[in-house]
Ligand binder design. Structure first.
Ligand code: DNO
Length: 410
């Protein structure tokens, strides 16, 4: 597995020097300053690669931009409204420019309005570390009583509505405002500027878009873009819904293995692949992550290794972001499955046999508490996660162990 690390660009509190010391081999980033729908020009891509190639003191870092996360899909494309056709063209031009720069792996998502959603961005666990958390009842309190979405209370079980109401009654105005801010943090580009009115307006746009209609728009997007990516030698990889269940009455498309199968069959080309995010998918107990890695493996172009601890049994429920080897996903089994896939690829002579992975998110520990890194992306918490994941991969690939070969094969 190729050990990569997400970087948010020159404004990231975690520097190129930091990741180099963490033992990272390649960088995952995007051009976050370019508005969604605009072309990523060769010049902007070149500048970002230059940033990555240079340490703070000017010395070469030896690192390069290996994975794009994300080349965002506009709301217009998702809704097939407004500028959607010219956004298709811009998307394809960006892909051409990325291919020219030698960047082959492109992560994106097709979640309407929201990207990821949490109710708490720094929830304290007993060790004193903090992590991101999604509390279903608190989220319901936001949806029903703060956002006041029409019909929202019908979307939750009775006991959750009761808990939401109780919770809301106890909250101060400041706590309500903080909750709203946490929830909208996952709206792309929304951190400071989104009001509740903006959220309502965005949601209303989906009032008449059913899940089937959205899925068709997704397939249209794939039919347009994937053949271009395939010709350019690129690997597109779709990130799952986070969390992997319906929120705010919006349709969701990428929450389960069946969803991925549907998407891959719709445009059956190797370029039409997956970002297997064990953290997002792991919030649902019916997603078997090691099995998904085994069964969908040949189209897994990018791995987000993260763990969550579920706090309820149902499909929809609360969870928090655990340590990388903690939580409910059997991370060792996922890594073993990834190594088996790499072995298969090597035997098949695939040049993309080494799958880029990044330690996804991390708890804030030690000096992370004093830095203002992007929520979920502290230096030390991720460094610890990477070290643990690397340790597992090294042990499982060690010649003295037979762990990567399924029984009978070796
Ligand atoms: C959250 C990330 C997501 C991811 C996008 C990919 O931390 O995993 O924001 O980058 O969904 O398009």
């Amino acid at each position: 597995m190729r050990q990569t690390w997400r970087w948010f660009g020159p404004h990231d509190q975690v520097t190129i020097d930091d990741m180099l010391q963490a033992g990272v081999e390649g960088v995952v980033t995007g051009l976050h300053h370019v508005p969604t729908g605009a072309v990523w020009t060769a010049e902007e891509i070149r500048k970002r690669r230059q940033d990555i190639a240079t340490q703070t003191d000017g010395a070469p870092s030896g690192l390069d931009w290996e994975v794009v996360e994300s080349l965002p899909v506009s709301e217009d494309i998702k809704k097939q409204k407004g500028e959607w056709r010219s956004h298709y063209d811009a998307y394809k031009s960006s892909l051409r420019n990325l291919a020219e720069a030698g960047i082959e792996t492109i992560c994106y998502n097709f979640m309407p309005v929201l990207d990821w959603t949490r109710t708490d961005l720094a929830w304290r666990v007993p060790s004193g570390a903090t992590c991101m958390r999604f509390d279903y009842a608190v989220f319901a309190a936001f949806d029903i009583f703060i956002l006041e979405r029409k019909g929202a209370s019908e979307d939750y079980p009775q006991d959750i509505v009761a808990r939401a109401s109780e919770h809301h009654a106890k909250m101060s105005d400041a706590e309500r405002a903080a909750l709203a801010k946490n929830v909208v943090f996952g709206l792309p580009g929304a951190a400071e500027s989104f009001s509740l009115e903006d959220v309502r307006r965005h949601l209303a746009e989906y009032d008449h878009i059913s899940q089937e209609a959205l899925r068709q728009n997704f397939v249209d997007f794939l039919s347009e873009v994937i053949p271009v990516a395939e010709d350019l030698g690129l690997r597109m990889c779709c990130h799952p819904d986070d969390p992997p269940f319906d929120l705010l009455g919006l349709p969701r498309l990428m929450s389960t293995e069946d969803d991925y199968r549907y998407m891959m069959d719709a445009v059956d080309l190797p370029a039409n692949g997956i970002t297997l995010c064990t953290g997002s998918l792991g919030a649902r107990p019916d997603n078997d992550l090691p099995g998904m890695m085994d069964r969908l493996g040949d189209r897994v172009h990018f791995l987000h290794l993260r763990n969550v601890k579920r706090e309820a049994d149902g499909i929809r429920g609360s969870f928090y972001e655990a340590e990388h080897l903690g939580g409910d996903t059997d991370m060792v089994a996922v890594i073993a499955a990834a190594l088996r896939e790499e072995e298969r690829r090597r035997k098949a002579g695939r040049k993309d046999w080494s799958i880029p992975m990044r330690p996804d998110h991390g708890q804030n520990i030690l000096d992370d508490h004093n830095r203002k890194a992007q929520p979920g992306y502290p230096a030390i918490g991720r460094l610890k996660g990477l070290a643990e994941l690397r340790g597992v991969a090294s042990a499982l690939s060690h010649g003295s162990l037979r762990a990567i070969a399924p029984s009978g094969e070796q």
